[in-house]
Design a protein around this ligand. Structure first.
Ligand code: DOR
Ligand code: ZN
Length: 344
C-alpha cells in the first residue's frame, strides 16, 4: 500500500506547555489531530477549575486561523485535591484527572505523595464520570528505573483497578510487556496509550554508541522484548490501545545537558511515524482504529468528521526548530528519515 486515508485522528496524551511555547506546539498538533488530551504538569500545575479554564483559553488563542482543534483538559491531582475540586472541574468541562506519583517525571514534585489518601477522590471521579489518567511508575530510590512500571502495576495499579470497577482508567504511555498483559486482562474500563518512541525504539537506542538525550523520556525506553510486545499488541487492532504521543517539548540546551530533561517532541512527525510502524508490522489496516477510533470510543466522545491521507514517501524530519523565544528545539527523530508523509 502506498497511500492510506484514515478518519481524522486525535492525540490522547501530549504536553503543550504554556506561554510562547503554545505558538509552536498547538499548530504542530492541530495540523493533523482534531483533539488532544492536554497534560496539566505546568509550573504551577493545573489543579482547579479556574486554572483549567484559563489554560484552555490560552490554548484556544494559539490555534491557527480557522482551526477547529479542540483541547481536552485534564486536572492535576495532588494530596490537596478535594471532592469539590473534582465536581468543579467536571462542571468546567474537564474530562479527566492525572495521577502523577510525586517525583516520577517532569513537574511532578507537587503531585501525589500518599496514594491511598486519594481513594475518596477516585470514588468521586467514578461518580462524576471523569477519567483517571495514570503515570504508572513507582518512585522509590531502591527500585531500578527499568522495573518501575511493573512495580507500579503490582503495588498500586492492580489495587486501584480492583477498587473502582466502573472508573475509566488510562494507563498512560505504557512501555512493558507487563503493562500490555495487565491491560489485556483488565475489564473494559481499563485502556492504554502508546507513544511513537516506545514502538520505534528500545533502550539500545538510548545508550548504544553514546547517550542519545533526544530519545530520553519517561517511562524510560525498555529492552527490546518490551518494545516487541507493544508492537505486537497494536498490530492486533485491540481496542484497548490507542494513540497518545506524549509529545513533550524541552529546549535543546535542556536536553543536551549534564542532567537532561525527559521528553520527546514528536508533534511534527508522530502520525507519520506511527504509520511507518504499522506499515513495518504489515498492519496498516489497524492504523485507523488505533489513531482515530479506539480513543474516542473509550472516552465516550464522537469520532471525528473528516479524514487525513498519508502517502508512502521519504522525507527528513528537521534537525532543529526555532521556538518563538528564539531558542532551538530538536524534534523527535530529527535528521532521520520517515517513510510516510501527510498528503497536503
Ligand atoms: O518524558 C516525559 N516527559 N515523560 C513524562 O511523563 C512527562 C514529560 C514532560 O512533561 O516533559
Ligand atoms: Zn506525558
Amino acid at each position: 500500500m502506498t497511500e492510506i486515508t484514515i478518519q481524522t485522528p486525535d492525540d490522547w496524551h501530549l504536553h503543550f506547555r504554556d506561554g510562547d511555547m503554545l505558538q509552536e506546539t498547538v499548530p504542530a498538533t492541530a495540523r493533523c489531530f482534531n483533539r488532544a488530551i492536554v497534560m496539566p504538569n505546568l509550573v504551577p500545575p493545573v489543579t482547579n477549575a479556574t486554572m483549567v479554564n484559563e489554560y484552555r483559553d490560552r490554548i484556544l488563542a494559539a490555534r491557527p486561523e480557522g482551526s477547529a482543534f479542540e483541547p481536552l483538559m485534564v486536572l492535576y491531582l495532588t494530596n490537596d485535591t478535594s471532592k469539590q475540586d473534582i465536581i468543579d472541574a467536571k462542571a468546567a468541562g474537564t474530562i479527566a484527572a492525572k495521577l502523577y506519583p510525586a517525583g516520577a517525571t517532569t513537574n511532578s514534585d507537587a503531585a501525589v505523595k500518599a496514594l491511598d489518601a486519594l481513594f475518596p477522590i477516585f470514588e468521586e471521579m467514578e461518580k462524576q464520570g471523569m477519567l483517571l489518567l495514570i503515570h504508572g511508575e513507582v518512585t522509590d530510590n531502591h527500585i531500578d528505573i527499568f522495573d518501575r512500571e511493573k512495580e507500579f502495576i503490582d503495588r498500586n495499579l492492580s489495587r486501584i483497578v480492583a477498587a473502582f470497577p466502573t472508573l475509566k482508567i488510562v494507563f498512560e504511555h505504557i512501555t512493558t510487556k507487563d503493562a500490555v498483559e495487565f491491560v489485556l486482562a483488565a475489564g473494559d474500563n481499563v485502556a492504554a496509550t502508546i507513544t511513537p518512541q516506545h514502538l520505534l525504539l528500545n533502550r539500545n537506542d538510548l545508550l548504544v554508541g553514546g547517550v542519545r538525550p533526544h530519545n530520553y523520556c519517561l517511562p524510560v525506553l525498555k529492552r527490546n522484548i518490551h518494545q516487541q510486545a507493544l508492537r505486537e499488541v497494536v498490530a492486533t487492532g485491540n481496542k484497548k490501545f490507542f494513540l497518545g504521543t506524549d509529545s513533550a517539548p524541552h529546549e535543546k540546551d535542556k536536553k543536551e545537558s549534564a542532567c537532561g530533561c525527559a521528553g520527546c517532541y514528536s508533534a511534527w512527525s508522530a502520525l507519520e511515524l506511527y504509520t511507518q510502524v504499522f506499515d513495518e508490522l504489515d498492519a496498516l489496516d489497524k492504523l485507523e482504529g488505533f489513531a482515530s477510533h479506539h480513543g474516542a470510543d473509550f472516552y465516550g466522545l464522537p469520532r471525528n468528521e473528516g479524514s487525513v491521507t498519508l502517502v508512502k514517501e521519504d522525507w527528513t524530519i528537521p534537525e532543529s526548530i526555532e521556538l518563538p523565544n528564539g531558542h532551538d528545539i530538536v524534534p523527535f527523530f530529527g535528521g532521520q528519515t520517515c517513510s510516510w508523509k501527510i498528503k497536503s
